[in-house]
Write a protein that binds this ligand. Structure first.
Ligand SMILES: [Cu+2]
Length: 123
């Protein structure tokens, strides 16, 4: 039982998701947050391609929430000073998406809005 626990523990410490990362079929997108803005290093993301969001913050803790055009929350990850946190998400529909802050981070927290487009790609 102890050996099984050690194997499971070591496996869980690997970067996630293992399968996607090993195929090279993941788009890397870097997002940084600060009081009170988001910076995203792309404005266009292809539809139906896994996207690995690498999240950093330059000051305090923020919460990056990604919303569709109906303001439905699709995924989220916390931004923690001194760390890069990650979340992988695949957008199934083209359109406009917004990044909003989900943690109260100061007087202009509500101004933390940025957006990007998910676009169809020709194959
Ligand atoms: Cu905030």
């Amino acid at each position: 039982m102890t050996i099984l626990g050690v194997i499971v523990s070591i496996g869980s410490l690997r970067s996630w998701p293992h399968a996607l990362a090993s195929t090279g079929n993941v788009m890397e997108v870097n997002v940084s947050g600060g009081q009170w803005w988001w910076d995203i290093d792309t404005t266009e993301i292809p539809v139906r391609k896994p996207v690995n969001f690498n999240m950093t913050t330059e000051d305090v803790t923020h919460g990056m929430g990604i919303y569709d055009s109906d303001l439905t929350l699709l995924t989220q990850v916390q931004a923690i000073p001194g760390y890069t946190t990650q979340i992988t998400y695949t957008f199934e529909e083209p359109g406009s998406y917004q990044i909003l802050c989900m943690e109260f981070c100061g007087v202009a927290h509500h101004d933390m809005v940025n957006e990007f487009e998910v676009v169809a790609v020709e194959e």
